[in-house]
Design a protein around this ligand. Structure first.
Ligand code: KG4
Ligand code: ZN
Length: 379
């Protein structure tokens, strides 16, 4: 089991709490923008957060704990398409091309200048180390030049903060399901900065499994939205896709077998799939039903076991309408409160990073310029 403890402290300025408008999340095209040198007067801290952990370059500006002034994300999916997956070195180079114009654009959109920033936050784990180092180098340079605190953020710990951003203060203890392309985790959170991973996938993440199933039908990355759309539109084919580890009393997941089950299903029904007797939509709907059944059942089991009256969803896969429906039904039946961010805040974004950073800034939990980056989840 992994736990997380706060890092070293600084003394933050005393400032008030913030309002809670709907955050903006948009994908922007490449292109620079002039950066204003600062005209924003505020008694709440303003932070700039960077996330370059995988294949999205994201920059957010946050005022207080929840007022999202800008949240811009550039996806690299198209840049890696011809290679059939994310190429780490290419990801780093693409982050390098994108990061400076994106920071300029975010500052412009937020109506703030470098001089208005109270701290600079950056995800320093987990992910592709080369990609993380791009974001960290930029964040460190900014913190050094502006003489402002640097705050290193665990990307996984930040995902559930998409919920704090939109729902405000949530009552602890909470059970978080983080379901993304790289991770499937159940996290018990007792308080800010006090959490434990109580369940995780022992092999593939749920999102990876869904992406691979979509790929078997010839769909490009990311496959999740396509599978979700088909699952919403079709009744599932009766093929009994397995519910891996559902009978197991623990809280861990396994999704690689489900991926293999889809491989065999296609192999064994090639003719029916070709002549249209079996259609892609119902097949993927049946497969996705299995993914959803396991995620809902295990998360509710975790909530019961650890006596958490509420659960939260976050991570790209939880943008799925079908999965959200399944959770709504399951939680209603079980009498468990469900918190979900809007779909654009489920996928990787820097606003969730900024939100966790705002809590750390208030507590004086900042880092020095010797902050390290880590490919693995260090807790
Ligand atoms: O959190 P995320 O953006 O990046 C990682 O940290 O991995 O999650 C990416 C995953 C991919 O598997 C993608 O197919 C899936 O989230 N995804 C979706 C949707 N949007 C993204 N899955 C289902 N429905 C969606 N709307
Ligand atoms: Zn993520």
């Amino acid at each position: 089991m992994d736990t997380m403890t706060p890092q070293k402290k600084h003394s933050p300025k005393k400032k008030g709490s913030s309002s809670n408008p709907a955050p903006r999340n948009e994908t922007v095209a490449h292109g620079g923008a002039d950066t204003p040198m600062g005209a924003c007067s505020s008694n709440q801290p303003i932070g700039l957060a960077i996330d370059t952990t995988f294949d999205d370059t994201s920059v957010a500006i946050l005022k207080g704990r929840r007022e999202v002034l800008a949240n811009l994300t550039l996806s690299q999916y198209a840049d890696h398409e011809e290679f059939g997956g994310v190429v780490p070195e290419r990801a780093s180079r693409k982050h390098l091309e994108a990061i400076h114009p994106l920071i300029g654009k975010a500052l412009n959109q937020g109506g703030v200048g470098f001089g208005d920033l109270d701290y600079v936050a950056v995800s320093n784990q987990p992910g592709l180390l080369g990609a993380i180092l791009v974001g960290m180098t930029v964040a460190k340079s900014m913190a050094y030049l502006l003489t402002k605190p640097l705050i290193g953020i665990n990307h996984i710990e930040a995902h559930p903060y998409a919920n704090f951003l939109v729902h405000g203060e949530l009552p602890f203890p909470l059970m978080h399901l983080v379901a993304a392309g790289g991770h499937t985790l159940l996290i018990l959170q007792r308080d800010h900065f006090d959490w434990t991973i109580v369940g995780r996938s022992i092999d593939d993440a749920a999102g990876e499994c869904v992406d691979k199933a979509a790929k078997m039908f010839g769909h490009p990355m990311p496959g999740g939205p396509v599978v979700d759309r088909l699952a919403m539109a079709h009744a599932p084919h009766p093929h009994p896709f397995p519910r891996p580890m559902l009978g197991d009393p623990g809280l861990d997941f396994s999704f690689s077998g489900l991926k293999t089950a889809m491989f065999y299903f296609i192999r064994d029904h090639r003719e029916e799939l070709q002549n249209g007797e079996i259609k892609e939509g119902p097949a993927l709907a049946a497969f996705f039903q299995a993914v959803a059944d396991v995620l809902v059942a295990k998360t509710l089991r975790a909530a019961k076991l650890h006596k958490t009256p509420a659960i939260t969803l976050s991570g790209g896969l939880t943008a799925s309408g079908k999965l959200r429906q399944a959770f709504e039904e399951g939680c209603k039946k079980a009498g468990v409160t469900l918190y979900m961010p809007p779909p654009p805040l489920c996928t990787d974004n820097a606003a969730m990073v900024a939100c966790l950073a705002a809590y750390r800034y208030e507590r004086g939990l900042t880092d020095g310029l010797t902050l390290d980056g880590y490919a693995n989840l260090m807790t």
